[in-house]
Design a binder for this molecule. Sequence first.
Ligand code: PLP
Length: 376
Amino acid sequence: MKITPRKILLNPGPGTTSQGVKDALVVEDICPREKEFQEVMESLRRDLVKVVHQGKDYDCVMFAGSGTAVMDACINSVVPPGKKILIVNNGAYGTRLVSIAKAYGIEVEELNFDWDAPPSLEVLEKKLSSDENNAIDCIAMVHHETTTGLLNPVKEIGEIARRFGKTFIVDAISSYAAIPMEIEKLNIDYMLSTSNKCIQGMAGISFVIAKISALESAAKFPSRSYYLDLCEQYAYMKRTGQMTFTAPVQIVYALQQAVKEYFEEGAEKRRARYSENWETLYKGLSDLGFQFLLKPEYESKILLSVREPTHPDFDFDTLHDRLYAKGFTIYPGKIANTKTFRLAVIGDLRKQDMVEFVDALKTTLEEMGIDQQLYR
Ligand SMILES: Cc1ncc(COP(=O)(O)O)c(C=O)c1O
């Protein structure tokens, strides 16, 4: 069998994939309308629900598309006409949820918080208590803000959503399969994720793990989108086992293999592997003199936001290009007034990869003439 050269991707997905996932892409040609393919899809959907410890009350609705496709499908499909969505926003992906709702003319209550700390639960409760006409129907948030690496308090906000009787939508695009979660205990009605992040498949599929009773209620609302209609897609999948429109066949097989590898590894061990990767990076970069964006207690241990050195010879693009040539991909920041770059530890990566990365980073800084004093 051909072994594909391995690259260390420290961008927050698509991540480094295993050889097994790469091999699973090369399959016999098959029409996605065949029964054999439907069976693959149906068992894959069941397994994706099992990742968050659920069975009968939740189902998985899949789309061909990146993570943003299910952010769009969920927001446009589940907010009742004339009602509002409250979005807890402390990062670029929270802002994207707001933009999607606005694009459909859905009224948004935006709760904006600083990007380097968790949102205030008191402010959220106050907002909901002052909603006298019960205009707010849904609460949406991002679990792991990939902008910064901050882990938001999903359990606490889920508890508030339950108490106030709100539909609860969680973008878990970069935390699903990285952090063990029990969807029902977290009171989540809709959890969003994608094939190419912590489940470790290839890019091309995004999915919603949805509470069936919530989907059935939302099916009564008028449709706002033709392609990205969550309830239509669910109805079609339930009836036929297929996606309404052409499925990305090979990506489905790769995801099936990735899910198999997830269960072989186990939820706790995956979390422990990512944490070990992250801690190795944190220690290695601290020793080199780097500083970080977040307080340690807010870190997800899935991604590390590093403050860009202010040394006059530091240049992110040069660092990126030199590391890329050595087989390591790093990723720019996304924060307006603070210069950062990001290192994600997801994908088929281990401690040894992090050790080698830190070595390569040290050598590259030396090549760039940057001494130990990174910040001036
Ligand atoms: C938390 C979160 N939400 C949404 C997205 C958007 O996903 P995509 O870029 O696949 O459309 C990302 C991508 O990194 C993400 O990290």
